[in-house]
Design a protein around this ligand. Structure first.
Ligand code: IMP
Ligand code: MG
Length: 182
């Protein structure tokens, strides 16, 4: 994918590293849920790749649902509030729910989303994130299942975008600053 790779500073997490980590996360989740059924919620669009790889490693029953929320527009700086562009298609009252996110950054998006979802009274509500940038946090949000803690660099690939591009890269890479500091 030369057309995308020219803009990548370096590979941060290879395809193999991500796959290995997802197996470990799936085991942790399996130990936690003990065979109970879970509604696995994919937060569109960034989590699509992670969600489908994770779901296929899980050893307990799940149903799928999808939500689309936005706080970022097309750029690299957080807006602060959340807009629900597509809501869940099922009632999550009394269900065990796991939100699957690509990356936890300022926490603004997920903080607002969790407030919304908690009011629907799920039996439990947990957060599973592939990536976490703890240094950037502005709201008290922690993931219950985390893949990798990373430093404050803008990353793309494996579902993550910059201006809707780069999602198709099979790894997570650091985007060259020159791309967004024009
Ligand atoms: P938060 O509300 O700041 O936690 O933003 C979370 C959302 O911002 C994620 O779901 C991503 O869509 C986006 N985001 C945050 N950091 C990055 C990054 O490094 N690369 C790509 N998208 C990012
Ligand atoms: Mg995004």
């Amino acid at each position: 994918m030369k057309f995308l790779e020219d803009n990548i500073e370096r590979v941060l997490l290879s395809k193999e590293e991500i796959a290995d980590k997802i197996s470990v996360m799936a085991q942790e989740m399996g130990a936690y849920y003990q065979g109970r059924e879970v509604v696995l919620v994919c937060i569109l669009k960034g989590s699509v790749t992670f969600f489908s790889d994770l779901a296929r490693e899980l050893s307990f029953p799940v149903t799928y649902d999808f939500m689309c929320v936005s706080s970022y527009g097309n750029g690299a700086v957080s807006g602060g509030s959340v807009r629900i562009n597509k809501d869940l298609s099922v009632d999550i009252t009394d269900k065990h729910v796991v939100i699957v996110e690509d990356i936890l950054d300022t926490g603004n998006t997920l903080f607002a989303l969790f407030e919304q979802l908690k009011s629907r009274r799920p039996a439990s509500l947990k957060l599973c994130c592939l990536l976490d940038k703890p240094e950037r946090r502005q709201k008290p949000v922690e993931a219950d299942f985390v893949g990798f803690c990373i430093s404050d660099e803008f990353v793309v690939g494996y579902g993550l975008d910059y201006g809707e591009q780069y999602r198709q890269l099979p790894y997570v890479g650091v985007l060259k600053r020159s791309v967004y500091e024009k």
